[in-house]
Design a protein around this ligand. Structure first.
Ligand code: ZN
Length: 305
């Protein structure tokens, strides 16, 4: 079973600064250094992956994007600004993704097929985004977490890769993020914080469990997750309450980063990986209606579209 390895190429410092410190900062060159670790490691294992590159990173470091593409990896879009979709109007989202696609395609002189939303923000309230993506020429999206989460999730969404027929008649393939079902609860696995915080054997068990159900695993990581460098930053512009919240978030983001290189190397030696595009080509893509269970099919499909 071939799984998809996906890397959301964004700079932790610029996003953390904007979202938690209220400071606008260009992506730092940490994103280049960290992404290069991925390129070197993937090369050792002869694995090709999908890199969903943030537009702001591509504007600042176009050479990095070319380097990823030249190594034979797939380039996908992660938008431009890393704002969650619910913060956009439909028109703003349209220009964000159209611009990001063109930006990346111009840099690599090739086509961009796929999109990953910042913070998995394609949810029931932003379902219109799938139609906008199809209109903009994206062939697939990989942003839906079929869970009922605190910050993201679309409970009841298909857990299989499926072709969705949209109200306009257009279609788009959705590659949902990987989950396991334990005691009736659907839980996220095989990505970012989950790989970082869970011991390796849990991620391994979860991946084998998903594969037994004939599903490829969609693994996601961020370049910054292998970055163990220490950096100081100013919080004096923040209120006490905001400072505490920012520090708490930051501490959580740094936790267990020193385990990620080893865990990813183990995953690469124990499982087979390819790009999302290749995984879609190898998977039988069912229609969305078929992919969801009979008893919920009509209800969900009607509620969703
Ligand atoms: Zn992201």
């Amino acid at each position: 079973m071939v799984n998809a390895l996906t890397i959301d190429v964004e700079d932790y410092w610029s996003i953390f600064s904007r979202d938690w410190l209220g400071l606008d900062q260009e992506p730092s060159d940490a994103v280049v250094k960290n992404t290069e670790w991925f390129l070197e490691t993937l090369d050792l294992f002869s694995v090709k992956a999908t890199f969903f590159v943030l537009g702001r990173v591509a504007i600042r470091f176009p050479g990095l994007v070319r380097k990823i593409a030249r190594a034979g990896h797939e380039i996908g879009s992660h938008g431009i600004s890393h704002e969650q979709i619910f913060k956009f109007t439909k028109e703003q989202f349209r220009s964000e993704i159209t611009d990001s696609k063109k930006l990346l395609e111009d840099i690599v002189s090739g086509l961009v097929f796929g999109y990953r939303a910042p913070a998995f923000s394609i949810m029931p309230q932003t379902k219109w985004a799938l139609e906008v993506l199809a209109e903009a020429g994206f062939n697939y999206d990989s942003s839906v977490f079929p869970i009922s989460g605190r910050r993201y999730g679309w409970p009841g969404f298909s857990r299989d890769i499926a072709r969705i027929e949209l109200p306009s008649g257009r279609t788009i393939v959705e590659v949902p993020m990987s989950t396991v079902s334990i005691l009736g609860k659907i839980l996220p696995v095989a990505g970012g914080g989950y790989i970082r915080h869970f011991p390796y054997f849990i991620t391994k068990w979860a991946m084998e469990h998903i594969q037994k159900r004939n599903r490829p695993v969609i693994v996601y990581v961020h370049p910054y997750e292998v970055d163990t460098g220490v950096r100081t930053f100013d919080t004096k512009q923040l209120s006490y309450k905001k400072r505490i919240r920012a520090m708490k978030f930051h501490k959580m983001q740094l936790r267990n980063r020193n385990t990620v290189r080893g865990k990813l190397t183990k995953l690469l030696s124990e499982f087979e990986f390819a790009t999302v595009k290749q995984v879609i080509e190898k998977t039988v893509v069912r229609s969305y209606k078929e992919a969801i269970k009979d008893e919920v099919r009509d209800r969900w499909y009607t509620e969703i579209f």
